[in-house]
Ligand binder design. Structure first.
Ligand code: ADP
Ligand code: MG
Length: 228
């Protein structure tokens, strides 16, 4: 229990920090990118290597910000009844181009007549983005991501996101969601931390099943009704 408390404290602090910083970085970033493009177009010498590095580093900063941008709009947490399949469809539309390039297919299955969920739609979308991005990234040679949304029982909906990637070793499962925990050379270790925090705020749970060499399933379990 102590360990759990400490984990959620860290989540809270890092989340607050993210909220303060991410939004403020977005605008100067956009302006930097614009001016660098102008500069590249107007210099006579060939600095393409330098411009390549600058652009790729700016893109990296941008992807870090993107992973926790929703937390950066403190005023915008509006909980309402929403169709979770619609949110997932929007997310898939957003990621399909990237997935196609990597030969990854995103397949969505869902039950008809699913009840609406009491949620903050932008935040849930952020969770779906972060978990789908991981699923795509774990299959460098392509494969399928299968998304399944159904009623778990009369009180909960379960969203399962399954990949065919290399899986997660059992002893690493408990590290998921830890701030800055990453096994990727250019990872941030922020995507899951943010996702756990958002699901926690929805009074939901994340459960992970993984078989090394076969794949991983992230189950997001969300209460249907307005929480007390
Ligand atoms: P990042 O993607 O930047 O590394 P995340 O917080 O999104 O940060 O993920 C943290 C770590 O969790 C990843 O580096 C990876 O080791 C592990 N992980 C997350 N999703 C998966 C997955 N679908 N398959 C295998 N490992 C995963
Ligand atoms: Mg990630």
């Amino acid at each position: 229990l102590k360990e759990q408390l400490r984990k959620s404290d860290t989540l809270h602090v890092v989340g607050e920090l993210a909220a303060g910083i991410a939004h403020e970085i977005r605008n100067p970033m956009t302006s930097l990118k614009g001016f660098i493009q102008l500069l590249e177009a107007s210099v006579k010498e060939d600095f393409s290597t330098y411009f390549g590095i600058i652009t790729s580093e700016l893109n990296r900063i941008e992807s870090i910000i993107t992973e926790f941008l929703v937390l950066a709009k403190p005023q915008a947490t509006k909980f309402l009844q929403k169709d979770i399949c619609e949110i997932m469809k929007n997310t898939i539309d957003l990621l399909n181009a990237q997935a196609n390039l990597l030969n990854v297919r995103l397949d969505l299955y869902y039950d008809n007549n699913l009840p609406a969920i009491y949620c903050e739609p932008n935040q849930l979308k952020q969770v779906f983005i972060n978990i789908l991005k991981n699923a795509i990234e774990v299959m460098p040679k392509g494969g399928n991501v299968t998304i399944d949304i159904k009623k778990k029982n009369s009180e909960e909906i379960i969203v399962s996101i399954a990949d065919e990637g290399f899986g997660i070793p059992a002893d690493k499962l408990k590290r998921l969601g830890e701030p800055f925990y990453t096994t990727k050379e250019r990872g941030t270790g922020l995507g899951l931390m943010v996702s756990y925090k958002i699901i926690e705020e929805h009074f939901g749970k994340i459960k992970v099943e993984s078989v090394e060499g076969e794949g991983t399933i992230f189950h997001l379990i969300l209460p249907i009704n307005k929480h007390l």
